[in-house]
Every structure is written in structure tokens, then in C-alpha cells.
Design a protein around this ligand. Structure first.
Ligand code: G4P
Length: 522
């Protein structure tokens, strides 16, 4: 038992990094792990672009470094904090799990490539964070390269994402002329490629360098002073409260590859990022410091070890303290479960967890007991945390069993994998089965697991990307509205869904059937 449980909970910082592939998530993560003492050497992670592996970037780190980190969660201690970073797989690993992971964090770090600005995947992930109202911290990366004007990037942030920003620091030049950052928050300048003893220059009350300094000769320095003046006068006010509500994003500039501005970012982030927050349940809000253990399953990962068929259910602890061997109640079924075999994702090794508190993520072995969204509660008073949202899939395939004799296994496998949240299920009028996914990997995993776990070879016929829309007034829908461009199907709860071929087909449908009210999931 920890001496001060409340203090333990408040020291937790649980977040995910959201970004578009190549913005620098892996590089930044590595640097953070380095500061946390979780790894000893950093270097560019190679081989990632070969695209051969449908593995997480972190598994790639693991392979490169020969260290044992898991693909999904990394925990390390820094100062008095316990930092939990949850991976949000991108590239071909992008899936509903990527979205669901964002349900388990208390804040998000958004990395933006300074040459590219906001990219598609960042936008998608950002929307999920916004929906939850969690704080979003922005790291604008690759300042050691020529990028876009910082003011222009901030404008884009506000316009495209609709969030206000507060630059905690401001770059002095960029690319070959990158001199460092003007740190508004700490009232100091942090110089690029300067030895540690001389790296920081304190500023006076006017926010300028006192006395003589070679930097003062530089036009870039003077330009920065002008920019900062403008930000002070015309920019957003700093507000801790608005950051906490996810309305204002603190922005940091830096270069993950050269490890510049990363530590400043981490330390400032830890100050302002929220500790575990209360969560809604059908029994009201549950405080993270409530005594009884509770948590929910946000991800189920199969075959982490190919030698075993077991799965790991990832549980976000929302209250109380986990102790190995404890008995909890699975709210969905009312059954008691002893959590004997469990894993915590501490950096040094995938250690067996003995205790963990609110904010931490634990992995529990699953032999088919859990479903995504399941709530686990200690004690007799069972309750259920808010349902995890379903996400609108974008890719679809028609699926059949290659061998018709395997129909029974086929049905059983699909049912279980759909329940587990691995894939989404739709049925056409002619009982054809269509699967929907957020990313291609979900199909690959589905195919693999059908073969390995249910011994069924499946035939998957891509029907491409579609726009899926649910219907508010189902009673007004007629069969005749269905066509090859606007296919009418049912989801697994028997709700009607239109799968539109493209935007054009959807607009055309709307024009023709103005009374049908369509909506999308997240
Ligand atoms: P990701 O996980 O978000 O996909 O990105 P990752 O960290 O792998 O970074 C993508 C590429 O960008 C890597 O180059 C990485 O070295 C580079 N990079 C990351 N941060 C910085 C930075 O601050 N400055 C610069 N200049 N580059 C950065 P790579 O995989 O070796 O590819 P390439 O750029 O050599 O083609």
C-alpha cells in the first residue's frame, strides 16, 4: 500500500501523442523516454518506412534498441511525476484502437511538422480529443529545417482546428538560421546548439537581454522581439483554466531530432497537464481518488506473443488502487473475476504489476472474457462507465467464408471479433456481410484471427471507401432509396445505414430525399 494514495494519483500524467505520420512522434517519444531514464540511447529509428511491418512504431523502437517497451503504453518517472504515454498507432496501423486510446487519456500532445502544418490524420485525432474536451498541447517540430512562418502556423491552428493557441515560446529564426527559442513562459532565451552552461539567457522585466550579448546584433533576435510584442498585445491571454478545458492550446516550438526544446516542453507540460480526472458513469461521476478500484477496457490486443493465443485487455484505472490478485466485478455480466495475471507497462521491463492507481494503465490477460468498453469495479456496487463511442468507418469489404462448410465457425468468429470491437459489421438486404474499418490494419488482423483462432479462410472483396451515415427517422426510409451509389445496410444493432459511394452521391441523395435526416458517428 502506498503511503499517500491521493498524492500518487495526483502525480499521474496520462497522455497520447497525436500527429500525422512523419511529423516526429517516434523521435519525440524517444527523447521523452530518454529524459525519463527509460532508454539510454536515442537515434533515428530506421526501417519504419519500408512499410513491411504492421507494427507499432514503438515495437520498432523495441527492435532497434533491444529494450523492452510495449507497443501500447510506456510509463516512466520524471521529477515527482509518473508519466504514462499511450501510443496512437498511425501509418497502416491506424484503426479504431487509435481513436479509442484517446478515451483513456487525460490530455493529448499534438505534434505538427513546421513545414507541413495541420495534416489529415492530426485533424481526425484532434476532433476526438476536442469532443472529450481534454487539454491539447501543441509541439511544432523540425525548427532546424526551413518551415512555414510561425504566425501562419498559428493561424492555421485556429482556423482549421478551431482552437485558440498560446505560444509558450517563439522561434528565433529557423532552418540554417535557427538560433533558438524565446521562452515567454520562463522569460528566457534557450539557444540552439549551445553548451548547457550557456544555453539559457535570462531576460529582464522588459523581456529583453540585459547588457551586451552577441545575439543582440542579430536581426532575427530583433524580429523575434517585435513578434513577441505583437503576441503580447494582440494574441490570446494565457489562462490555466482555458487550457484545462481544452479551449486554449499551449504551443511549443522545437526540434525533436536535435533534442532541442523537448525538455523545456516536458517540464512545462507536466506543470499544466491535468492529473486523472473524474469520469462519468451510470452511478454519477466517479472521483479518481475514490477508494474502490474501477476502470474500463479501451483496447484488446490479440497475439502480443505469437506463441500464445491469449489476448491482453488494456484497462484504464479510473479510481482506487489495483492490487494483484484482487477480485473485481465485470459490470456487463455481473460476474466476479480475479485479476491474477496482469501487466504494467513500466519502461524497464514489462513488469508484473503489483499495484497501480487511477491514471495508470494495466494489461490483464484475457481468454475471451472482456469486450471493449467493459467496466471493472471492486466491491458490490457495480456501475458502468460511459459507453465508448463508435467511430464512423471509412473502408469496407464484402466478406465470405472460402469454404461453405465452415459457415458455423465463420459466423461465430465474426460475432466474437465484432463484439470485441475489432471490426464493424453490416448486413445487406440479401444477407451479404460487409465489414467496415477505420484503417486497413483492422482487415488484416481480422483475416489473420479468423484463420488462426477460428480456422476459417475468408475471402475479402474490397468495396472501397464509403461514407457511412446513420438515419434519425428510419421509418421514412424506403427500399427504393437504396442503389449501388447509396447502399442501404443494417449495422449489428439492426440500425439502418446508408453507405454512399462519395460526397457527390451523398449530396445527390440529400437533394432527392430532403426529409431523410442523416448523421455520422464520431
Ligand atoms: P512519426 O513517428 O511521427 O512517423 O515520425 P518520426 O519520429 O519517425 O520522424 C519522421 C522523420 O522526421 C524521421 O526521419 C525523423 O528523423 C525526422 N524528424 C523528426 N523530428 C525531426 C526534427 O526535429 N528535425 C528534423 N530535421 N527531422 C526530424 P527519417 O525516418 O530518417 O526519414 P528522412 O527524413 O531521413 O527521410
Amino acid at each position: 500500500m502506498k503511503i499517500d494514495f491521493i498524492q500518487e494519483v495526483q502525480s499521474r500524467r496520462t497522455f497520447a501523442i497525436i500527429s500525422h505520420p512523419d511529423a516526429g512522434k517516434t523521435t519525440l517519444t524517444e527523447q521523452l523516454l530518454l529524459f525519463g531514464g527509460a532508454i539510454r540511447a536515442a537515434g533515428t529509428v530506421k526501417g519504419k518506412k519500408s512499410g513491411k511491418f504492421a507494427t507499432s512504431d514503438w515495437m520498432e523502437i523495441e527492435k532497434q534498441r533491444g529494450i523492452s517497451v510495449t507497443s501500447s503504453v510506456m510509463a516512466f518517472d520524471y521529477d515527482d511525476y509518473r508519466v504514462n504515454i499511450l501510443d496512437t498507432p498511425g501509418h497502416q496501423d491506424f484503426s479504431e484502437d487509435t481513436y479509442r486510446t484517446l478515451m483513456a487519456v487525460d490530455s493529448a500532445v499534438m505534434i505538427i511538422d513546421s513545414a507541413k502544418g495541420i495534416e489529415a490524420q492530426t485533424l481526425k485525432l484532434f476532433k476526438v480529443c476536442r469532443m472529450r474536451g481534454i487539454p491539447i498541447f501543441t509541439f511544432i517540430n523540425k525548427l532546424d529545417r526551413q518551415g512555414r512562418e510561425p504566425l501562419e502556423l498559428l493561424e492555421e491552428l485556429e482556423e482549421v482546428l478551431g482552437i485558440q493557441s498560446y505560444p509558450m515560446n517563439w522561434p528565433i529564426g529557423m532552418g540554417k538560421e535557427f538560433l533558438g527559442i524565446y521562452d515567454r513562459f520562463h522569460n528566457r532565451i534557450e539557444q540552439f546548439r549551445v553548451e548547457e552552461e550557456d544555453r539559457f539567457i535570462p531576460l529582464n522585466d522588459e523581456g529583453e537581454i540585459e547588457g551586451e550579448h552577441p545575439l543582440k546584433e542579430s536581426n532575427l533576435y530583433n524580429q523575434t522581439l517585435e513578434d513577441v510584442l505583437l503576441l503580447n498585445e494582440a494574441g490570446n491571454q494565457f489562462s490555466r483554466e482555458r487550457i484545462a478545458n481544452g479551449e486554449l492550446s499551449p504551443v511549443f516550438f522545437g526540434s525533436a531530432l536535435t533534442n532541442f526544446g523537448v525538455q523545456t516542453f516536458l517540464e512545462t507540460y507536466l506543470q499544466f497537464a491535468p492529473s486523472p480526472q473524474p469520469r462519468n458513469s451510470d452511478a454519477g461521476e466517479i472521483e479518481p481518488t475514490a477508494e474502490d478500484f474501477s476502470g474500463f477496457v479501451f483496447k484488446i490486443q490479440a497475439n502480443m506473443n505469437p506463441a500464445h493465443r491469449d489476448r491482453i485487455a488494456f484497462v484504464r484505472i479510473c479510481s482506487g488502487q489495483f492490487e494483484r490478485g484482487m477480485t473485481v466485478n465485470l459490470s456487463r455480466t455481473g460476474k466476479s473475476i480475479k485479476l491474477a495475471q496482469s501487466t504494467q507497462f513500466l519502461a524497464d521491463d514489462r513488469s508484473t504489476v503489483n499495484e497501480a492507481v487511477s491514471g495508470d494503465i494495466i494489461g490483464v490477460y484475457d481468454t475471451g472474457t472482456y469486450q471493449i468498453g467493459d467496466t471493472l469495479v471492486q466491491g458490490k456496487q457495480g456501475f458502468q462507465y460511459e459507453k465508448l463511442p463508435q467511430f464512423t468507418p471509412e473502408l469496407f469489404v464484402r466478406v465470405t467464408a472460402k469454404n461453405v462448410m465452415k459457415q458455423k465457425h465463420f459466423q461465430k468468429g465474426i460475432l466474437q471479433l465484432v463484439q470485441e470491437g475489432a471490426i464493424q459489421y453490416y448486413k445487406t438486404r440479401t444477407e451479404d456481410i460487409i465489414l467496415g474499418a477505420v484503417g486497413q490494419l483492422q482487415f488484416e488482423v481480422f483475416e489473420h484471427r479468423m484463420k488462426n483462432e477460428y480456422n476459417v479462410d475468408v475471402k475479402m472483396e474490397p468495396i472501397g471507401s464509403k461514407i457511412a451515415r446513420w438515419i434519425e427517422n428510419e421509418e421514412d426510409v424506403k427500399e427504393t432509396m437504396s442503389s449501388s451509389r447509396s447502399m442501404l445496410v443494417k449495422d449489428r444493432h439492426d440500425n439502418l445505414v446508408f453507405l454512399f459511394e462519395n460526397d457527390f452521391a451523398m449530396r445527390w441523395f440529400n437533394d432527392k430525399n430532403p426529409d431523410i435526416r442523416l448523421y455520422s458517428l464520431m
